[in-house]
Design a protein around this ligand. Structure first.
Ligand code: SF4
Ligand code: MG
Length: 326
């Protein structure tokens, strides 16, 4: 059962730089106020599932998601609905996530209607303000989604997500379906909005080059587990989990030393429904030995701010300090 891997628990919403959402046990991470956590991994590793668990779009079999002092899983439906104002999501596919029969105004005000607000001239005006905030025109409010490009539709999705002034937005592959030039524009918009409005992002993606642009910290996921977390600069320069090292070696943004390292990813990712014993990564790991086949490594801190789930993380450091990538 895939969901079983996500035993989410968490910590309170505190001041800046303190945890907002903490998911512990098999998936363990925190997101601070005004912080962007990048959640990366190959397709099927459980990234999107994690986002959906946080939003209760799917029900976990156990665990807790604590957000701003409330356990979302244990919360009564009424309380949960009120919390949803602070917790929004932007989906990957703006075609599928925008109702083609609704006008743009109705779409972006939907989270407010879900909170019981009623249509009004003030809300219509607010919808116009939101459209301008995301780089569209107020005149677009009465149109339908099919009249817009993919990038514009994603801007509509962003307007909808920020409409209730949330504290936390899950961006689930939010730019993955867009052309590269449009991706950069949407990332810039997300960053500008964060600077202005102060929300946190969980930015879920498979493209390390894209995540690198927006994330403050990165969590790497493999087969339903977080295998490494680190501040962005540290992760790209000094990755310590063999999977992170292999992942970075396979993308163009990698450090020259990593690119030429021996740590290539071999084999296919096994089915998440039937993961390998012990360390889930052992069949593909160049450092695997007997202990890895039987004992599941816990995430542990191996450098300030950097956690790694590997029995032999002490052996994975680069032979000499890497200089900053050019
Ligand atoms: Fe590789 Fe073993 Fe570390 Fe897993 S615990 S990443 S198999 S060395
Ligand atoms: Mg996904």
């Amino acid at each position: 059962n895939l969901v079983k891997h996500f035993e989410l628990s968490s910590d309170n919403w505190f001041k800046r730089d303190r945890p907002v959402v903490r998911a512990v046990d098999k998936v363990s991470f925190t997101v601070g106020e005004r912080e962007t956590l990048g959640l990366v991994g190959e397709s099927g590793c459980g990234k999107s599932t994690t986002g959906r668990l946080i939003l209760q779009l799917i029900a976990p079999s156990a665990g807790a998601v604590r957000f701003m002092g409330t356990d979302l899983i244990a919360a009564a439906p009424q309380k949960l609905r009120a919390m949803r104002r602070d917790l929004q999501i932007i989906f990957q596919d703006p075609h599928a996530s925008l109702n083609p029969r609704m006008r743009v105004e109705e779409i972006i005000l939907e989270p407010l209607y879900a909170q019981g607000e009623k249509p009004s001239a003030a809300l219509t005006n607010y919808a116009g303000d939101l459209l301008e905030k995301v780089g569209l025109s107020r005149r677009h409010a009465q149109r339908h989604p099919h009249e817009f490009s993919g990038g514009q539709r994603q801007r509509i999705g962003i307007a909808r997500a920020i409409a209730p002034k949330p504290k936390f937005i899950i961006c689930d592959e939010a730019v993955s379906a867009l052309d590269v030039s449009v991706q950069a524009q949407v990332i810039n918009l997300l960053q500008d909005l964060q600077a202005e409005l102060g929300m946190s992002y969980l930015f879920i993606g498979h493209d390390l080059a894209v995540v690198r642009h927006i994330a403050d910290r990165i969590a790497v996921m493999y087969l339903g587990r977080i295998v490494e977390t680190a501040p962005k600069a540290q992760l790209y320069v000094s990755p310590r989990h063999p999977y992170t090292q292999a992942l970075l070696a396979s993308v163009p943004v990698s450090h020259p030393r990593l690119r030429h390292s021996r740590k290539r990813l071999r084999g296919e990712m096994p089915s998440p429904l039937n993961p390998p014993s012990g360390c889930h990564f052992h069949p593909r790991c160049p450092l695997a030995r007997d202990r890895c086949r039987v004992e599941d490594p816990m995430l542990r801190e191996i450098a300030p701010g950097q956690t790694v789930a590997c029995h032999f993380a002490e052996e994975t450091a680069s032979p000499a300090p890497l200089s900053t990538p050019s």
